[in-house]
Design a protein around this ligand. Structure first.
Ligand SMILES: [Zn+2]
Length: 465
C-alpha cells in the first residue's frame, strides 16, 4: 500500500528517461536499436513527453505461462518486458506503450464502440471485457499512423466516409504529433484528351514507358503455333495509335512473366519475370535484345527508370524472417555501359520511379523525392497518403493517381510552389489505376493491367492544359 502511494507521488519518467536493460543478456545491437526506434516513433507520433514507463527490459521469456506472448505491460511505473525478436521489437514496444498511454489517459473504456471487446477473443490472457477492449485499442494504436488529409478532403468534397472511425479517433486524440500534408484549395484541372489508344485484346500489358514520342509496352501474348505465351515489347505511336511489330524477348517460360519497361534517350531496358528475373537492353528498330548482366538485382522488380546512362531499379528482396516471409524494399542504380553498381543513398521505401534531369524522381513512403547524381542526396517533399504512380504533367508539375474507397482521380504536385492540388472534379470513379508513363509533357495512363472479358486495354492520354 505504502509502495503504491509512493509510486503515485513520483513524477512519471519521460521517454528520454526510459532506460533499456538486458538482465538475461539475450539482446543484441538490432534488438536495442529496435527498442530505441519503437520509443522514438511512439514519442514523435503521439507528441507526448512520456507515459510513465521507467524501463524496457529485454527478457528471454516475458511470460512463461504464455509462450506466444513476446511483450508485456505490467502497469504504470513498472518496466515493459520484451523478447529479443529483432524484426518485431519496435512494434511490440509501441504496442506496450499504447497500453501505458491507455492506462494514463483512458482511451479504450469510454470508446467501446471504436475498440470493441469482441475484436479480441476471450482467453486466459484476456479474461475480462476490460482487458479485451484494452487489447483491441493497443492493436489499433501500435500501427504506424497514415496521413488522412487526402481521404478527409475527398470525403468532405464527395460526401463519402473514407476515414474509418477508429482511425479518425486515433488521429484526433493519440497521433497528435503527426504533421499532416496540406492539400491546396486551388484545384488543378487535367483533361482526358483521348481514350482512343486501345490495344489488342490478346495483349496482356503490364509495363509502359515513354520513348521518343512513342510509348513502349511490356506485354504477353499467346502464340498459337507454339501453344504458349511469349513476353515482349510493342511500340505505340501516340498520334495514330498504331502498334509496331511485336518484339519477342528471349525467354521460354511456361507461364507469361511480368515485363517491366524503362526507357529514355533511345535506351530501352526490359525486366522479364517468370520463374526467374532477367534484364535486357532492347533495340526497338532491329528487335535485338541483349542480356544485361546486372548483379544483385532484387528478387522482384516493381519499376525502373533510365536516365542519362544510369539505370534505377526498385523492387523487393525476399528474405526469411523469424515468423515467416518478409519483403524488403530495395532501390539500386547501375551504370548502363559497364553494368557496374552506382552508390545511391536510400530514400526509404520506394513505390515508383521516373527519369528526371540528372537523376530520378521517386514516390517514397517519405513523400516525393528527387535525386541528382551530382548533388548525391535526396530532396524530399511530404506527400499525401493514398496516392499511387505518377508522371510528368509539365516541367514543374507531376500528376499522381489516387484510389480512396470507390473514388479514382488525380492530384497534382506543383514543384515550384511545393503544394498539392486536387482536380476540380475529384469525385470520379473511373479506371484510374495501372501504370503511368510520359511522352514529352503528355502523361499517359494505362487503365488497368489486363483486359477484362476480352475487352481492349485502354490507354488514357491526359492533357496538361
Ligand atoms: Zn496487448
Amino acid at each position: 500500500m505504502l509502495l503504491s502511494l509512493l509510486a503515485a507521488c513520483t513524477p512519471c519518467p519521460t521517454f528520454a528517461e526510459t532506460v533499456t536493460t538486458d538482465p538475461d543478456g539475450v539482446g543484441d545491437a538490432a534488438v536495442y536499436e529496435g527498442i530505441a526506434q519503437g520509443i522514438a516513433d511512439f514519442a514523435a507520433w503521439t507528441g507526448r513527453a512520456g507515459v510513465c514507463v521507467p524501463e524496457v527490459q529485454v527478457r528471454a521469456d516475458v511470460w512463461p505461462e504464455y509462450p506466444s506472448v513476446i511483450g508485456r505491460y505490467q502497469g504504470s511505473g513498472e518496466p515493459i518486458l520484451v523478447e529479443p525478436e529483432a524484426t518485431e521489437v519496435a512494434r511490440v514496444v509501441r504496442h506496450e506503450l499504447c497500453h501505458a498511454l491507455d492506462t494514463q489517459e483512458d482511451h479504450s473504456a469510454p470508446n467501446e464502440d471504436l475498440f470493441p471487446t469482441e475484436a479480441t477473443p476471450k482467453s486466459d490472457l484476456y479474461p475480462t471485457d476490460e482487458a479485451r477492449s484494452r487489447e483491441t485499442f493497443a492493436d489499433a494504436c501500435e500501427a504506424e499512423p497514415t496521413d488522412i488529409v487526402l481521404a478527409q478532403v475527398l470525403g468532405e468534397r464527395c460526401s463519402r466516409d473514407l476515414v474509418p472511425a477508429p482511425t479518425r479517433y486515433l488521429h484526433e486524440t493519440v497521433w497528435t504529433g503527426v504533421e499532416p500534408t496540406p492539400i491546396s484549395d486551388t484545384p488543378r484541372d487535367i483533361g482526358i484528351i483521348a481514350t482512343d489508344v486501345t490495344l489488342d485484346p490478346d495483349l496482356y500489358v503490364d509495363g509502359v514507358a515513354g520513348l521518343d514520342g512513342a510509348l513502349v509496352l511490356g506485354v504477353n501474348w499467346f502464340v498459337l503455333e507454339l501453344d504458349r505465351y511469349v513476353t515482349g515489347l510493342v511500340r505505340v505511336d501516340t498520334t495514330t495509335g498504331a502498334l509496331s511489330a511485336r518484339i519477342e524477348l528471349p525467354r521460354d517460360v511456361e507461364h507469361p512473366g511480368q515485363v517491366v519497361v524503362a526507357a529514355s534517350d533511345g535506351d530501352v531496358v526490359a525486366f522479364v519475370q517468370g520463374e526467374t528475373l532477367a534484364a535486357y537492353r532492347v533495340d526497338l528498330d532491329t528487335g535485338a535484345a541483349e542480356p544485361i548482366p546486372l548483379s544483385g538485382l532484387p528478387d522482384y522488380v516493381e519499376g525502373a527508370a533510365v536516365s542519362e546512362g544510369a539505370l534505377y531499379v526498385h523492387g523487393y528482396a525476399h528474405r526469411a524472417c523469424v515468423t515467416g516471409w518478409c519483403t524488403e524494399p530495395v532501390l539500386l542504380a547501375y551504370d548502363l555501359d559497364s553494368a557496374a553498381p552506382i552508390d545511391l543513398p536510400s530514400p526509404g521505401r520506394v513505390w515508383s520511379v521516373r527519369p528526371a534531369v540528372g537523376g530520378i524522381e521517386a514516390h517514397t513512403d517519405a513523400g516525393f523525392a528527387r535525386y541528382e547524381r551530382i548533388v548525391g542526396t535526396w530532396d524530399i517533399l511530404p506527400a499525401p497518403y493514398g496516392i499511387g504512380g505518377f508522371a510528368r504533367l509539365s516541367e514543374h508539375e507531376r500528376v499522381f493517381a489516387y484510389a480512396h474507397g470507390d473514388l479514382r482521380g488525380t492530384v497534382v504536385l506543383d514543384l515550384e510552389a511545393r503544394s498539392w492540388h486536387l482536380a476540380s472534379d475529384p469525385c470520379g470513379t473511373g479506371a484510374f489505376g495501372g501504370r503511368w508513363a510520359d511522352v514529352g509533357d503528355a502523361p499517359y495512363l494505362l487503365g488497368g493491367y489486363y483486359a477484362e472479358d476480352g475487352a481492349p486495354v485502354p490507354l488514357y492520354a491526359l492533357s496538361p492544359a
